[in-house]
Design a protein around this ligand. Structure first.
Ligand code: PLP
Length: 306
């Protein structure tokens, strides 16, 4: 589905018309993937639009930039304010938000230092990432033949554009084989994450998710689920997960700002539990979406009114 245009894009402090938001072909980012970015959502609550976990997303953006020695010419507050302003200017009630920090145009060698660090913020309406039905019915996924990026190659904790070349290999293979998504194993052969989602399994009432050392992105939705589960008295452990633990789990689900909490109903054509959304996944979804709509108290202060 084509991206739905909005009115304005924020580029280095100025609003530019959507159709004029261009960069030069010699920009470093185009040749070497020199970008770090975020993906977050603004939700429609009964009090108006609210940005979900704005602070954590901007913090992760700046941490990703720090890992790549990029020094954006805007502070954390300026970027946060600009995100809210971009949502307001485009009159969005709910939307996806993509802030991106990238190396622009000056020199085209691998050494990036001569190139400016540019910042842009794009907002657009975006529905359910893995399909409308997916949240209720679950998705069919496979284990990818591609591994996740190995430690000390591309840093997994940084949400860097280049990492998504690995994600694309995982996603394309899955889609061409008739699955909605692929799960990648880490370099040691343990479960890591989906091409754009973290992963949890439920086993005997307990939640298990791979640790940060398993080449996963430190997901903000992952953190929400860990907090919600603990608030609900569900035990959560971060532990390496062998591939076969997926097949014998009671429930498996993905988390992500795009995918939200999406149940997985089969892995490699092996039915997970009864082959539909399980009770723990459902309870976690109800709490998650309850906070987003404003029906469940936002006790962690995760919503920022636009
Ligand atoms: C590779 C990868 N893992 C996990 C996630 C989930 O992270 P978050 O919940 O912060 O969106 C994403 C989405 O950004 C992702 O791209």
């Amino acid at each position: 589905m084509a991206l739905k245009k909005t009115d304005k894009i924020w580029m280095d402090g100025k609003f530019v018309d959507w159709d004029d938001a261009n960069i030069h072909i010699c920009s470093h980012v185009i040749h070497y993937g020199t970008a770090v970015f975020e993906g977050m959502r603004v939700y429609k609550t009964h009090k108006g639009p609210a940005a979900f976990r704005l602070k954590e997303h901007v913090e992760r953006l700046l941490n990703s930039a720090k890992i790549y020695r990029m020094d954006p010419p805007f502070t954390e507050k300026q970027i946060s304010d600009a995100i809210l302003e971009t949502v307001r200017v485009n009159k969005m009630e709910e939307c996806y938000v993509r802030p991106i920090v990238f190396r622009g145009y000056e020199e085209l060698g691998v050494n990036p230092f001569a190139n400016p660090v540019n910042v842009s913020i794009i907002v657009w309406p975006w529905g359910k990432y893995l399909g409308e039905e997916a949240l209720e019915n679950g998705v069919d996924v496979c284990v990818s033949t591609w591994n996740r990026i190995a430690p000390n190659t591309l840093p997994a904790l940084a949400k860097c554009g280049a990492n998504y070349m690995n994600s694309q290999l995982i996603k394309m293979e899955a889609v061409l084989s008739g699955y909605v998504e692929g799960i990648a194993l880490d370099n040691a052969g343990y479960v890591s994450e989906g091409s754009g989602e973290n992963l949890f399994i439920v086993r005997k009432g307990m939640l298990v998710t791979p640790p940060l050392g398993a080449s996963v992105l430190p997901g903000i939705t992952r953190d929400c689920v860990i907090n919600h589960a603990r608030d609900m008295g569900i035990e959560v452990i971060e532990q390496i997960i062998p591939r076969e633990a997926l097949y014998i789990a009671d429930e498996v689900f993905f988390t992500g700002s795009a995918a939200e909490i999406t149940p997985i109903r089969s892995v490699d054509k092996i039915k997970i539990g009864p082959g539909k959304r399980g009770p723990v996944t459902k309870k976690l979804q109800e709490r998650f979406f309850g906070v987003l709509s404003g029906e469940v108290e936002d006790r962690h202060g995760w919503l920022t009114m636009v």
